[in-house]
Every structure is written in structure tokens, then in C-alpha cells.
Design a protein. Structure first.
Length: 243
């Protein structure tokens, strides 16, 4: 668990932080067992438990930005896996596990299934608190190397009020990081004598990887230039398909 996810008043007091985390985990276990603690779980517990339960891997980073993005979409009125797919182009294979994590973390509540079996989700108070801090953490962490994830983080920052400058700077960082990866690939080319079959396989794979990284770098800059000034205002119209 990274200390950047810890509130400032706990970050510089390790003993107090450990006591608070243990207290939050015990209260969370009591809630799951149907036993409500004498005092309600503090707002910071929601974020502490969420980050504590996330593994320290690159996959954790992808899941975190996806969870926050899905939560922001739900808070914007897109409330079912079907709507997330149709209106935001997010596959149900990705959003359903994200919704399960959000539900488990207490960041959303689930309504009853409708006629077509589609259950709507609603942002909880804990979810809104999480949204206020999660995007800042993702921005501070820097680009992940995954273009979709970086776009989600930039849009989250813009949506949450971080400003267009912050979002565009983040995408510029993403573009620069990909060019750094290209330079690393170019430097890794050596003159070691190898069999032609192995040489050309490695050479052509590196060429493809560098072309992809250059293309994604250019795409990140294009997206940065295309970002709107804000994401507030009325819902945008979308095309309806007839069956």
C-alpha cells in the first residue's frame, strides 16, 4: 500500500496510521458480519480499505483508474453495464468486475433488476468521497503506459474540476514516456552475432513495438489538443439505433 493514499495527518505518524488501519479493517469486518460498530466508519476508512485491498501491481493501477472512471460515469447517470457499454464503449467484461469491486467497497449501491434483468447502480456517499481523492492520486502516480488508462485519468481530472491544463499535461507526460520507451528499444539493439532466424524475429518485433509506441505518443498529443475546456453542462446527444 503506497503512503500517497494515506491522509496527511496519518502519513507522518506510523503508529497512528497502523492503529487507524486496523480499526478500519475491524469495523469493516463487523459491518460485513451484520454487526454495526458503536460509531460509524470514518470517511477515510473507505479509501484506506480500498487501497489496502488492491495488489501492488500494474494491473492494480489499471483496475483503480477503471473503477474510478466507472464510478464517475455512474455518478453522471450512466447506471447499468449495458449503458456503460452503449454510451461509453466499455465492455461488460471489464465493467462487471469493476462494479463488483465498487459494490464490495461500499462505493455504489445496486437496485433491483428491471424487466430485462438490468440492475441500476447508484453512487454512495463513500463513493463520492472516493472520487474526490482518487483522481488526484492517479495524477500524482503519473502515466501508467496504457493509453486507455491514461485517457481515463486525464478525463477524470477534467471532470472532477482539476482543470484542462492538468489533464493536457498528464497526456503530454504519457506521450513523452512512450518516446522514452522508443529510445530504450533503440539503445537495446546490439551487434551480437545470432542466427538469422532469431535476428530477424527480434529486429522486426522491435520495429513493430517502436512504431506502436510512436503512434500512441502521437495519439496522446492529439487527444490532449482535443480535450474540451470542461466536462460540465448538459448531456450531449447520441445517435439512437433502430432495431
Amino acid at each position: 500500500m503506497s503512503l500517497r493514499h494515506v491522509p496527511d495527518r496519518l502519513r507522518y505518524d506510523p503508529d497512528r496510521f497502523v492503529r487507524r488501519l486496523v480499526d478500519c479493517l475491524l469495523r469493516d469486518e463487523a459491518l460485513q458480519n451484520g454487526v454495526r460498530p458503536q460509531s460509524w466508519r470514518a470517511p477515510e476508512c473507505d479509501s484506506l480499505i480500498y487501497w489496502f485491498n488492491m495488489s501492488e501491481t500494474r494491473d492494480k493501477r489499471r483496475r483503480t483508474d477503471l473503477d474510478a472512471f466507472v464510478l464517475a460515469l455512474i455518478d453522471s447517470g450512466i447506471s447499468t453495464p449495458y449503458e456503460l457499454q452503449k454510451m461509453a464503449s466499455l465492455s461488460q467484461g471489464a465493467t462487471i468486475p469493476a462494479l463488483e469491486r465498487l459494490l464490495e467497497g461500499g462505493f455504489v449501491s445496486q437496485g433491483k433488476a428491471g424487466v430485462r434483468g438490468r440492475a441500476a447502480y447508484k453512487t454512495s456517499a463513500a463513493g463520492r468521497r472516493f472520487l474526490k481523492s482518487a483522481w488526484r492520486t492517479l495524477i500524482d502516480d503519473g502515466p501508467s503506459g496504457d493509453l486507455d488508462a491514461d485517457l481515463r485519468v486525464a478525463l477524470l481530472a477534467l471532470w472532477a474540476g482539476g482543470g484542462r491544463r492538468l489533464a493536457t499535461d498528464f497526456l503530454h507526460q504519457s506521450a513523452a514516456r512512450k518516446l522514452e520507451s522508443v529510445a530504450t528499444l533503440e539503445e537495446s539493439t546490439d551487434q551480437e552475432l545470432v542466427a538469422p532466424l532469431a535476428f530477424w524475429y527480434r529486429k522486426l518485433r522491435s520495429s513493430v513495438a517502436m512504431a506502436q509506441l510512436k503512434g500512441e505518443s502521437a495519439a496522446a498529443l492529439t487527444m490532449a489538443d482535443a480535450l474540451p475546456k470542461s466536462l460540465s453542462g448538459k448531456l450531449l446527444p447520441r445517435k439512437r439505433t433502430t432495431r
